[in-house]
Design a protein around this ligand. Sequence first.
Ligand code: MN
Length: 160
Amino acid sequence: MALETYRAKRDFRRTPEPRGAKVARRARRPSFVVQKHAARQLHYDFRLELDGVLVSWAVPKGPSLNPADKRLAMHVEDHPLEYAGFEGVIPEGEYGGGTVMLWDQGVWIPRGDPVIGYRDGHLKFTLEGKKLKGSWALVRTRGSRYGGKEGRDGWVPVKA
Ligand code: MN
């Protein structure tokens, strides 16, 4: 988990997004955040703090509270911890140009080792947010794999 891809995609002279500086460490109460991102296509960015970064997914329709509802979440590059507080306007023409607003935030409580769960494509956790609460799973879809071609790493968040 590292921020090279995040930084390579952005021009920090032009975007107000944080470059990221915090030192990686394992948090006792790791945070999660969901940002509503009105980019070319509206989507929700779901981010979990893990080992000093925010591991991230873009969920086109947003997470569903209905356990029967299976929505795709595309795994995207790790974001810096500072991104959890970010709201603002990314200029048009820049990567992800559009408005970012905080939609929910809180802490997440992994069940089992989250690094192994993330690697193996099966995270189970509890969310303590304002909108999202309770048991969730985030499962990599068959055929996707971590480190695969960009845009091809599909996961599904499910409310348990
Ligand atoms: Mn986004």
